[in-house]
Design a protein around this ligand. Sequence first.
Ligand SMILES: [Fe+2]
Ligand SMILES: [Fe+2]
Length: 315
Amino acid sequence: MTATADEAELVTDFEAILGRRDRIEPRDWMPERYRRTLVRQIAQHAHSEIIGMQPEGAWITRAPSLRRKAILLAKVQDEAGHGLYLYSACETLGVSRQELTELLLSGRQKYSSIFNYPTLSYADVGTIGWLVDGAAICNQVPLCRTSYGPYGRAMIRICKEESFHQRQGYELLMTMQRGTDEQRAMVQESVDRFWWPSLMMFGPPDSQSPNTAQSMAWGIKRDTNDELRQKFVDMTVPQAEALGVTLPDPELAWNAERGHYDFGEPDWDELTAVISGDGPCNAERMAHRRRAHEDGAWVREAATAFAARTSEDGR
Ligand SMILES: [Fe+2]
Ligand SMILES: [Fe+2]
């Protein structure tokens, strides 16, 4: 059999697995472009979890009570864990965590645009839980059924924790809403800042997202950016009403004909600017990550030296 015929057979087997909506596993043959798309997506996701620890982590020392501190600590630790599951899933595709870290630090791989916005008040901890983790859940629940096994299984664990994150954020905001006028103003101001960036988390509109069709054909993505954005808006508007906050979009209205909320257009130029490095906190986030990586060098060296000595001793 010729090499081309072999390859054709492999492609047929690969497509048959996708057709059955079964998982592709690390030992299975996969097209190089499928592998590269997954590495890019999973790495971006892992980096987002790790960089996303910064805006909230900054408030741990300033939490208003022991209870809030314990909740926030647990949440930020969960995000570190999510990063680790995802780096491990990515390593099954033949790329090491060290390489992925270098790609992040050199700016060749991205993380979610939302984490380039500052956290200015404690209400932001609640808003991030409610809106940012809420948007993450909309994005990630369909990924539990993604075609690549290790990614899908990591997502199942992650999604369980994300729903806790969303609830703690909502509960924090609800508590503040029952407080003083100043606290309610703080919540509204925070929601005003995070609403549009949350909508941008779903990525550019479908008309400007050239990779979506291929990712859906491969079963990596299960819904388009616009479908997920709509789902998020539909889920969030009643929650905002129950909370007693106003979402800062004059075009937001129920459309009985469509059975969905209509909403305004996010500022896509802002998204492009933030993705390409011009967000309010891009430089700060990367400098912090680089410093943390350098500060951790001795741990990596000690672990490597220990592993080498252990294998020499045959222990
Ligand atoms: Fe997470
Ligand atoms: Fe989270």
